[in-house]
Design a binder for this molecule. Structure first.
Ligand code: F6R
Length: 604
C-alpha cells in the first residue's frame, strides 16, 4: 500500500535517501509517486504517475537538500493521477499521507467556507489544508498538530514540512504504521523499516495518537495526551541482503526458494527436540473453540489450520474473513481463542478484528511475520513466523510459515489424543518435520516440470482448481496466487460442488488442477476429476506418493513426496506457487508488483 519516506539531515542527502527509500518500498504496490525537497530554502515538489524511476528525470540533483518527504500512492480517494498523488502543498504546509481521513468531506466543506480551494480529489489535500489552517491560527506546528489530532478522524501516517522552518520534519501517526529512523547527524521517517535499512538499522515505532518533531540531531516524540515521551530504540535484526533479489529474477521466486530455510529456522526456534514439544505455545487446552481472523492468503492458511486443528486437535475452528468479522454478530467469549494471522501485521481489517476480540474479553494470539507490527502489539500473545522480510506482493514463504505454526498448534493440541489413527502421525511428527526442508528442496528441484506445465496453460482464459477438504483450502491459495500475478481468471471449487453449476464452464482444453492428498476422500475427488476430464478438461493431477493412481483421467501428474499428514500442505503448495510464477512469467507480467495490488493493506 502507500509508502512514506522522509529525511532531515546536515549531510543534505534528502533526495538520494528518499528516492532509494521509495524504491525499497516499491514492493508494497503503488500507482504514482512524488517527492518534496528543500531547494534554495523553498519546497520544491515533483510528482509523476507510475514508477519512482519516472520521478528522477525532473529532479534537480545539482543542489543539495537538507529536508524532504516522499510518497508512493496506492489510490483510495481519487483515481491514480499526477494531481492526486502526494506530496500535497497548501500555503505553508506540505504533507505525504497514508491512510484515510474518514471525515474529509465535512472538513472540506468547512475549509471551503474559510476560503480554501482544492486541486485534487483526495482526502490528503484536505488534511494538508486543515493543518495549514491550524498552523495559521497558532503559528506553532506542535500546537497545530495537537488540534489536528482532535479534528481529523480515521487513519493517518503523515510526514509534514512547514515553509517557516525547513530544518524540522514532523511525523504524525494514527492507525497507520510510521517509524522514525535514527542516523548520524540525520534522521528519517518511513512507513516501513526496509525503506531506511540502507542508512540505519535503528528506529523508533510511533504508536497511535503519537507525533514527533524531528531535526538533524533531535527527535522529540509526543504521546497521545501530547506530553513529551521517551521511546525505546529498536534495532532491525535481519540484514539488507534479505531485501535484495540475490540473483533471482524476481523476489517471488527467491522467496519460494527460501521456504526450506524458513522451515529450518522455525524448527530451530520452536521445537524442543529432546522433550518432543513445541515451545512458546499458549495453554491451548483451556479453550472450547477457536476463531481465526485473517485476509487473503493468510485466511487461506487459516483454512488449512482449521482442517488440521479440528482433525487432530479435536476442537471446533471458525475461520472468518477479517473484513466480514468486523461487522457481523459475533459468538465469541472468554472460552474462544481468537487467532489473527498476518504477514505484515498491519492489515487494517485484521487489526480491527483483534481489537474487537480483545474488547469481547477473548484471548488473542497473533501469527505474524513482522516483528513489533501493530497486530503483534495488539494481540495478547504473538508467535512470529520468522520468514524474514517478504518483498513480493504475492505471499509465498510467509504463507508457508503460517501453515507451519498452525501445524504446531494442531500438534500441541493433539498430544493428548487417544485416537489410534492419529497417534501414528503424532509419533512421527518431529522426525517428519526435521525431514521437511529436504523434501521441500526436492520439489523445488523439479521446477522444470512446473515450468513446462505453465508453458502449456499460460495462454488460457480460465483455470480451475478443484479439491475437497484440506485440498480445497490449498486450491483456494493456488487459485489466488495464479490470478493475482498472471491476471488469468481462476476459480477454486470444492470438487463435489462443480456439478451444481461450474462444470458448464469446462470446455475442450480448459486447464483444471485437481488436488488429491486426503486418502479419506481421494476416490470421491478422482470421480469429480473424471467428470471434468470427460468434458474435455486438460487435467493436472496433484497427488501424493501414497495415493498415486494411474489412469486416463489426467494429462499431467505431479507427485508430492510422502510426509506427515500435518505437514503435507507445506509440500503441496510449492508446485502451485511455481506454476503460478511461471504462468505469470510466460505472460510477461510484473510478477513482484502485480497491478492494483499492495503488499500491506492498511486501509479498510
Ligand atoms: C496474496 C496476499 C494477500 C495477503 C493479505 C493479507 O498473495 O499476499 O492476500 O495475504 O492481503 O495480508 P497480511 O498477511 O499482511 O495480513
Amino acid at each position: 500500500m502507500c509508502g512514506i519516506v522522509g529525511y532531515i539531515g546536515k549531510n543534505e542527502k534528502a533526495k538520494d535517501v528518499i528516492l532509494k527509500g521509495l524504491e525499497r518500498l516499491e514492493y508494497r504496490g503503488y500507482d504514482s509517486a512524488g517527492i518534496a525537497y528543500s531547494l534554495d530554502n523553498k519546497v520544491n515538489i515533483q510528482k509523476e504517475n507510475g514508477r519512482v524511476e519516472n520521478l528522477k528525470d525532473n529532479i534537480c540533483f545539482s543542489k543539495k537538500s537538507n529536508i524532504g518527504i516522499g510518497h508512493t500512492r496506492w489510490a483510495t480517494h481519487g483515481r491514480p493521477s499526477k494531481e492526486n498523488s502526494h506530496p500535497h502543498k497548501c500555503n505553508k504546509i506540505t504533507i505525504v499521507h497514508n491512510g484515510i481521513i474518514e471525515n474529509y468531506i465535512e472538513l472540506k466543506e468547512e475549509l471551503k467556507k474559510l476560503g480554501y480551494t482544492f486541486l485534487s480529489e483526495t482526502d490528503t489535500e484536505v488534511a494538508c489544508a486543515l493543518l495549514d489552517y491550524l498552523y495559521s491560527k497558532t503559528n506553532d506546528m506542535v500546537k497545530a498538530i495537537e488540534l489536528f489530532k482532535d479534528k481529523a478522524k480515521g487513519s493517518y501516517a503523515i510526514g509534514a514540512l512547514c515553509d517557516d522552518d525547513l530544518n524540522t520534519l514532523y511525523a504524525i501517526k494514527n492507525n497507520s504504521p510510521l517509524i522514525i529512523g535514527i542516523g548520524d547527524n540525520e534522521n528519517y521517517i518511513a512507513s516501513d523499516v526496509p525503506a531506511i535499512l540502507d542508512f540505519t538499522n535503528k528506529y523508533i515505532i510511533l504508536e497511535d495518537g503519537e507525533f514527533a518533531k524531528i531535526d538533524s540531531d533531535n527527535i522529540v516524540v509526543y504521546d497521545k495526551e501530547n506530553n513529551i515521551t521517551n521511546k525505546e530504540i529498536k534495532e532491525f535484526e535481519g540484514n539488507l541482503g534479505d531485501i535484495d533479489k540475490n540473483g533471482y529474477d524476481h523476489f517471488m521466486l527467491k522467496e519460494i526458494y527460501e521456504q526450506p530455510e524458513v522451515t529450518k529456522r522455525m524448527i530451530e526456534s520452536y521445537v524442543d527436540q529432546n522433550n518432543d514439544i513445541i515451545k512458546d505455545m499458549p495453554d491451548l487446552s483451556k479453550y472450547k473453540n477457536i476463531t481465526i481472523v485473517a485476509c487473503g492468503s493468510a485466511m487461506h492458511a487459516g483454512l488449512i489450520g482449521k482442517s488440521l486443528i479440528e482433525e487432530f486437535g479435536n476442537i471446533p475452528v471458525n475461520v472468518e474473513i477479517a473484513s466480514e468479522f468486523r461487522y457481523k454478530k459475533l459468538f465469541i467469549d472468554e472460552d474462544t481463542l481468537v487467532i489473527a494471522i498476518s504477514q505484515s501485521g498491519e492489515t487494517a481489517d485484521t487489526l480491527e478484528a483483534v481489537k474487537i476480540a480483545n474488547k469481547k474479553g477473548c484471548d488473542t494470539l497473533g501469527i505474524v511475520n513482522v516483528n513489533g507490527s501493530s497486530i503483534a502489539r495488539e494481540t495478547s500473545k504473538v508467535l512470529y513466523t520468522k520468514a524474514g522480510p517478504e518483498i513480493a506482493v504475492a505471499t509465498t514463504k510467509a504463507y508457508s510459515a503460517q501453515n507451519t505454526l498452525l501445524s504446531f498448534i494442531a500438534y500441541s493440541l493433539a498430544k493428548n489424543c487417544k485416537d489410534k489413527d492419529k497417534l501414528a502421525y503424532l509419533n512421527t511428527f518431529l522426525k517428519d518435520l526435521n525431514k521437511l526442508p529436504v523434501l521441500m528442496q526436492e520439489i523445488l528441484n523439479n521446477h522444470e516440470e512446473y515450468e513446462n506445465i505453465a508453458k502449456e496453460i499460460y495462454d488460457k482464459n480460465d483455470i480451475f482448481f478443484i479439491g475437497r477438504a484440506i485440498d480445497y483450502a490449498l486450491c483456494m491459495e493456488g487459485s489466488l496466487k495464479l490470478k493475482e500475478i498472471s491476471y488469468i481468471h481462476s476459480e477454486a471449487y470444492p470438487a463435489g460442488e462443480l456439478k451444481h453449476g461450474t462444470i458448464s464452464l469446462i470446455d475442450e482444453g480448459t486447464p483444471v488442477i485437481g488436488i488429491v492428498t486426503d486418502e479419506k476422500i481421494a476416490d470421491k475427488t478422482i470421480s469429480n476429476i473424471k467428470e471434468v476430464k470427460s468434458r474435455g478438461a486438460n487435467v493436472i493431477y496433484v497427488t501424493t506418493d501414497e495415493l498415486n493412481k494411474n489412469g486416463d483421467f489426467y494429462d499431467k501428474k505431479i507427485i508430492i513426496p510422502k510426509t506427515n499428514k500435518l505437514l503435507e500442505p507445506l509440500l503441496t503448495i510449492i508446485p502451485l506457487q511455481l506454476i503460478s510464477y511461471y504462468v505469470a512469467k510466460c505472460n510477461k507480467c510484473d510478477i513482484d508488483k502485480p497491478k492494483n495490488l499492495a503488499k500491506s493493506v492498511t486501509v479498510e
